[in-house]
Ligand binder design. Structure first.
Ligand code: G6P
Length: 546
């Protein structure tokens, strides 16, 4: 049965025309308790969702929909290691990576906890040996520089977290990330590092990804060209992967490989061996605290009743905005410079997961699914795209994220940052009416006609929904909770939308075509494409050879 045939879905469609059209200004005016009613707290995060376009009836209707789509059962399936990634026949158990419970997580009947703990111990011992100086480069220099080579999930999580936890970075250590196959990315990093002090971390679940394999091979060539003997590769190159055969073939010894498993999705892999560069940057204790924070959110997600369950609530509100009110985007706006890579990270987490248009059974959906996610650290975004968010034709729900305490309490910077964090959602919700604009312009000396001409331009319609997420301080634990909150929000939405959040077939076609085009660009094969692609290939080849 299609989701749209559910009576719960239809009830919400009816509510969209009534409650969904109500203005936040009125909703706040008529209910003094709105903030208390529509806010909740868990695992170090406080979430205010009172400025979203819901009413008590809408929320009840959404909770009914969640029940009708058996969200709680699907959650149990995930925690139990059922193969909920049906198109790839895989379990989805990133939650097990941050837990310590034995006898809880099984794949094909086998408890996975011993494997997890054993890799964590391997990672911890490795970090300790690098940090203590026991493990050195081939000329006896400390390995104080890490270059992580990976892309997608093997890059975005580690980059985002390493940036976010900079205040915890161990002194004297540098971490670089190379992802793009554009040689510029690698070349610019290589210019700044000393091969004798550098540890290259080749991160790839499959160990076949074109970008990563190309960058890894070039990094090794550069390393050897620096005068290092072939035998030194073992000290300077390690692999994070599920593919031991390909790792060995690349020339990395199995003992320098940190494994993980097919049931860890790429975009959910920072909790696995893929997190090693984070641990190398901030130390094992802080990496463990990150996992513990995520585990705290997992427990909340697993046990809290749906109407107090943060990931469930945020998912339901997202579904309401997207599928019932037709809002097509979601802006993530961290008012925290350390979180400046969070939007990029969430772009993969959310858009690769829920950018789907067929149901689990393969039927086309007839409702909007994953939104376009974008964002920027506040306040930078305010001076760029907020104009459209305030006055554009589309309504774009926004997530505002901030910490009450700063790691860098410089003058009144933080109060100013927080003032903006508070002002923007207020402006988006309440707006400014024509009369308020007129009132402002009275006394300006302008003629009435001039004022009237200006009024439409200065009106803010308001009623633009936002969620505010507040934490005490951006710490490893709270960051872990925040990431897990989003992961589970994405999962819950996929259940309601009846789509598979854990495959990514949409990235395949382009990869295949790029493989076919490569020999054509090199002049090794005839060009056979549509006239546009062939024309561009011919033009590029002319430009390159002239
Ligand atoms: O870790 P790898 O196997 O190199 O994969 C890296 C990335 O490749 C593809 O683009 C997938 O769509 C991503 O989900 C994945 O994170």
């Amino acid at each position: 049965m299609s989701r749209t045939d559910l009576s719960e879905w239809q009830a919400l469609e009816a509510l969209a025309a009534t409650d969904g059209a109500r203005h936040l200004r009125d909703l706040f005016a008529e209910d003094e308790g709105r903030f208390e009613r529509f806010s909740a707290e868990a695992a170090g995060l406080f979430v205010d969702y009172s400025k979203t376009r819901i009413t008590s009836d809408v929320l009840d209707g959404l909770l009914d929909l969640a029940r009708a789509t058996r969200l709680e059962d699907r959650r149990t399936d995930m925690f139990r290691g059922e193969k909920i990634n049906a198109t790839e026949g895989r379990a989805v158990l990133h939650v097990a990576l941050r837990d310590t419970a034995k006898g809880k997580y099984f794949v094909d009947g086998a408890d996975v906890m011993d494997d997890i703990q054993s890799v964590l111990s391997q990672m911890e011992a490795y970090c300790d040996s690098v940090h203590s100086g026991a493990r050195m480069g081939h000329t006896g220099k400390p390995l104080d520089t890490v270059v992580n080579i990976g892309i997608g999930g093997s890059d975005l999580g580690p980059v985002m977290v390493t940036e976010a936890l900079k205040p915890y970075a161990l002194e004297g250590r540098a971490t670089h990330f190379v992802s793009n196959v554009d040689g510029t990315h690698l070349a610019e990093v290589l210019k700044r590092i000393d091969p004798e002090r550098t540890l290259f971390v080749i991160a790839s679940k499959t160990f076949t990804t074109q970008e990563t394999m190309t960058n890894a091979a070039s990094a090794r060539e550069w390393f050897l060209a620096s005068g290092a003997p072939e035998s030194a590769v073992a000290d300077h190159f390690i692999a994070l992967s599920t593919n031991e055969a390909a790792v060995t073939e690349f020339g990395i010894n199995a003992e320098n490989m940190f494994p993980f498993w097919e049931w860890v999705g790429g975009r959910y892999s920072l909790w696995s061996a893929i997190g090693l560069p984070i641990a190398l940057s901030v130390g094992w204790k802080n990496y463990r605290a990150l996992l513990d924070g995520a585990a705290a959110m997992d427990r909340h997600f697993e046990t809290a009743p749906m109407k107090e369950n943060l990931p469930v609530l945020l998912a339901l509100i997202g579904v309401w905005h997207r599928s019932f009110l037709g809002m097509q985007a979601n802006a993530v706006l961290p008012y925290d410079q350390y979180l400046h890579r969070l939007p990029a990270y969430l772009q993969q987490a959310d858009m690769e997961s829920n950018g789907k248009s067929v149901t689990m059974a393969g039927a086309h959906v007839t409702y909007g699914t994953g939104p376009v996610l974008f964002g920027e650290a506040g306040t930078n975004g305010q001076h760029a795209f907020y104009q459209l968010i305030h006055q554009g034709t589309d309504i774009i729900p926004c997530d505002f994220i901030a910490a009450a305490e700063s790691h860098n309490p410089l003058g009144d910077h933080h109060e100013k940052l927080l003032a903006n964090f508070l002002a923007q959602p207020e402006a988006l919700a309440m707006g400014k009416t024509p009369d308020e604009v007129r009132e402002d312009l009275k006394g300006s000396g302008m003629a009435d006609a001039e004022i009237e001409a200006l009024v439409p331009h200065k009106v803010f319609t308001g009623n633009r929904p936002t969620v505010s997420i507040l934490m005490e301080r951006l710490e490893p634990r709270t960051l872990g909770s925040l990431i897990a909150l989003y992961e589970h929000r994405i999962f819950c939405q996929s259940v309601i939308w009846d789509i598979n959040a854990f495959d990514q077939w949409g990235v395949e076609l382009g990869k295949v075509l790029a493989k076919a085009i490569l020999p054509e660009l090199k002049g090794w094969a005839d060009v056979k494409h549509d006239s546009s692609t062939s024309g561009l290939i011919a033009r590029i080849n002319r430009l390159r050879r002239s």
